[in-house]
Ligand binder design. Structure first.
Ligand SMILES: Nc1ncnc2c1ncn2[C@@H]1O[C@H](COP(=O)(O)OP(=O)(O)O)[C@@H](O)[C@H]1O
Ligand SMILES: [Mg+2]
Length: 382
């Protein structure tokens, strides 16, 4: 089998205990990076397990590429330490770190055939010719490009070029695979199918993978864990589910997924947190509120956690339907909520019947599911 040849990584069906003994692939300890006076990375600490698929997620300029470059050895840290496979790599040049890299813009050698591109790292390492030919063939089969070896990069589509780049990164059997926004130049459908394929290849090989993206959907769908970054800081590290459902700060809550931000107040606390929202009391598990009692709050509510119903004494707030935004598989119903002052909100409804059930201008009752609500000290107090 192709994958068994190309990899020396533990296979998914191996017992967990077999890989347990030294299962940290990458460790960053207080890694600091400056450009002149500007701090690009503020003492980042992070541990990545062997075989893990981890994603660095954050807006443009937050330091994702810089962090990847430090792991790869293309740039030098101004403080802290980086270990790969247990070894301090500060003094180790990029080509000796056994890292495979895929960039956003293909970066294939244009004058070389696909075969030569993929075999490049092996030639540099002095691998015998026959072995190179065999490994290149296996790597091309892995990315579904068997038979394309004699083409030049310009004779391939964008997606195919990225597959070549992936084959070139994997053929050296890297300890860690680094991918910097590899699919962002591709159109949406191709991007989705490449995500599925990359994930399947990564599972098959069990290769430790650090994936960089600014696209939250991509991060949530592919990763074992997501590292949310902003302005050179790590904001939260967690599984996609944790990041989405238990955001630790307003940045994470606002960056990952869609959200309504409503004005409230932290009214009191017993075994639960009691929020005042639009003149009503909303009780939430206390860990969902990051603020002190008495403070003004920004209450974050996911649109899919807002229920619409007929106006009754059971509903939390009353609202008027302003407009519907049809999104294909769901409808976003935008609502005016008089009790919340100038704040309007939108509720995501999966069935298309909400178009006729809640016509524009109708008055509805809204309730919130707890699990889609969290609150933080308001950005603007007063
Ligand atoms: N070579 C460089 N010289 C000066 N500033 C840089 C350099 N590379 C990156 N930066 C700055 O460091 C910050 C992080 O950049 P980068 O790691 O490229 O972010 P991201 O990949 O998340 O978009 C940005 O403010 C950027 O302008
Ligand atoms: Mg970048």
């Amino acid at each position: 089998m192709v994958s068994a040849e190309i990899t020396r990584f533990p296979q998914p069906d191996m017992p967990r205990a077999a890989v347990k003994s030294s299962n940290i692939a990458v460790q960053l300890d207080g890694v600091l990076k400056k450009f002149g006076d500007a701090i690009a990375l503020h003492k980042i600490s992070l541990t990545i397990d062997e075989g893990e698929f981890i994603t660095l997620l954050g807006p443009s300029g937050c330091g994702k590429t810089t962090l990847l470059n430090l792991m790869a050895g293309f740039a030098e840290a101004d403080g802290g330490e980086i270990f790969i496979d247990g070894e301090l790599v500060t003094e180790i040049p990029p080509y000796q770190r056994e890292i495979g890299i895929v960039f956003q813009n293909y970066a294939l050698f244009p004058h070389m055939t696909v075969e030569k591109n993929v075999g490049y790292g092996l030639r540099m390492r002095g691998v015998p010719k026959a072995e190179i030919a065999e490994r290149v063939e296996q790597a091309l089969a892995l990315v579904k490009l068997a038979g394309y070896g004699h083409r030049k990069p310009r004779e391939l589509s964008g997606g195919q070029q990225q597959r070549v780049a992936l084959a070139r990164a994997l053929v050296i059997r890297p300890k860690v695979l680094l991918l910097d926004e590899p699919f962002s130049a591709l159109d949406k459908n191709l991007r989705l199918s490449m995500q599925v394929e990359l994930k399947a290849i990564q599972r098959k090989l069990g290769v430790t993978t650090v994936f960089v993206t600014h696209d939250q959907g991509e991060a949530l769908s592919m990763s074992d864990r997501v590292v949310v970054m902003s302005a050179g800081h790590v904001r939260q590290i967690g599984t996609p589910d944790e990041i989405y459902r238990q955001p630790r700060d307003p940045f994470v809550a606002g960056f990952v997924g869609d959200v309504n931000i409503l004005p409230g107040r932290y009214a009191g606390r017993d075994h639960a947190a009691v929020l005042e929202l639009g003149g009503n009391a909303l009780r939430l598990p206390a860990e969902r509120v990051q603020a002190s009692v008495g403070e003004r709050l920004d209450v974050y509510v996911r649109p899919e956690n807002i229920q619409l119903g007929p106006l009754s004494s059971h509903c939390f707030l009353s609202a008027t339907v302003i407009t519907h935004v049809f999104q294909g598989d769901h409808v976003d119903v935008h609502l005016d909520v008089p009790a919340l002052g100038s704040a309007s909100l939108f509720a995501r409804q999966s069935g298309l019947e909400s178009l006729t059930r809640w016509p524009v201008g109708s008055v509805v009752g809204i309730t919130f599911d707890d699990e889609g609500v969290c609150a933080f000290t308001a950005a603007k107090q007063g």
